[in-house]
Design a protein around this ligand. Sequence first.
Ligand SMILES: Cc1cc2nc3c(=O)[nH]c(=O)nc-3n(C[C@H](O)[C@H](O)[C@H](O)COP(=O)(O)OP(=O)(O)OC[C@H]3O[C@@H](n4cnc5c(N)ncnc54)[C@H](O)[C@@H]3O)c2cc1C
Length: 415
Amino acid sequence: MKPTLIIGGGVIGLFSAYFLQKEGIEVQVIDQGDMLVNCSTGNAGMIVPSHIIPLAAPGMISKGISWMFSSKSPFYIHPRVDAKLIKWCYQFYKAANPTHVQRSVPILKNLSLLSKALYQEFRDEHPESAIGLQEKGLMMIYQTEAVEKEEIEFARLANANGLQADVLNADDIRTFEPNLEVKARGAVRFPGDAHLDPGKLYGFLKSYLEDKGVKFLPNTKVMGFEKKGEKVNAAITDAGKIDVDKVILCGGSWSGELASLLGFNLPMMGGKGYSFLQENKPEIKQSSILTEMKVAVSPYGRQIRFGGTMEIAGTNQKINLNRVKGIFEAINRYYPDFEAKFPQETEIWKGLRPCSPDGLPYIGFAPGYSNLLVNSGHSMMGISLAPASGKIISELHQQKDTALELKGFEVDRYM
Ligand SMILES: Cc1cc2nc3c(=O)[nH]c(=O)nc-3n(C[C@H](O)[C@H](O)[C@H](O)COP(=O)(O)OP(=O)(O)OC[C@H]3O[C@@H](n4cnc5c(N)ncnc54)[C@H](O)[C@@H]3O)c2cc1C
């Protein structure tokens, strides 16, 4: 039997493998990296049904332009002459309009809610997994009047779409964060959000799948394909040829390059971000986003992870310490008593979020192919959306009806 080959062993590839192997399908996962550290291991681990607005939204253009002039800002596009980048920016600009946001809200919400339910199922099915799923909500903390206005507007939109969002004043914040001062004008809290430890999730999924017979091929790069008609027959790797029954492309920020090898257009840019762990002292309890600085705060008891910044970087993985400083300085700006220590360079984790120009993932069959599926482009929400996307991919693989409608996530929308 020829296997279904999953290209890309990030969280999206692993959850695709998880749902496929459950159906008895023979799966192999190939990755050019070591499958120990990647974009899926050190992120903030937030599961965010509240995030119903895609990155490509009207306010992002003006904010993006003002942030371009600060080396510590939360969003940055390094200006350079690169045809792919220029095209991606134009597509982003075109997508950042109210109609796109309106269309995206219900489909992102449904995908997110399905994912959260699947995480709860996953935790109950695998109590041994210790993925650290904490259903304690998410607090969007703000300090300025301008951001307060935006967040309250966003809370109204969430409420109108059936998601609970509570507006808190500084006193209310104290009940969620009793151990230290939070310098804030207020916050919006989404009690339906959650967070987990992405490294533990990744480690568990890998060893579970290995036990179930899924074969992993780390440090092996897919360089090309053998195709006939509307079928991919084999993947050509730097370690030889692999005959395949079906292929699932989960290449994260490199998915656009893989699509080019297969002859179709899949615009994608890496959105580089960083995180680091600290001793959690005094203990921060609530998972939060420091909204003006877009810094994510994920507490895990005695440790805590701070992460953020989005630099549209292609696939360049170099660490820019100025941007890490931007994250670090946010800590005491919001939590003046927290004992923050600037991390050593070796303690800084980096990752490339796979960003499509319209902020929506690509989920479905690739144009012109009957045995090639794409599951990629989850941007800031790969952890959040991975189980639902993986389940849908397994349904498509088996020609079953999908749990959700896929309009908006079409793979050929930039053809
Ligand atoms: C700072 C930061 C914080 C974040 N916080 C959150 C959060 O709180 N919640 C959330 O939901 N998401 C978050 N994210 C986003 C999340 O990490 C990503 O969306 C997710 O990890 C993407 O997973 P992926 O599997 O698509 O990509 P990846 O994890 O990048 O995996 C893709 C894999 O494909 C492999 N590959 C590519 N090309 C080839 C090839 N030719 N041959 C073989 N292998 C190949 C790569 O080596 C790579 O390992 C955050 C990201 C960052 C950077």
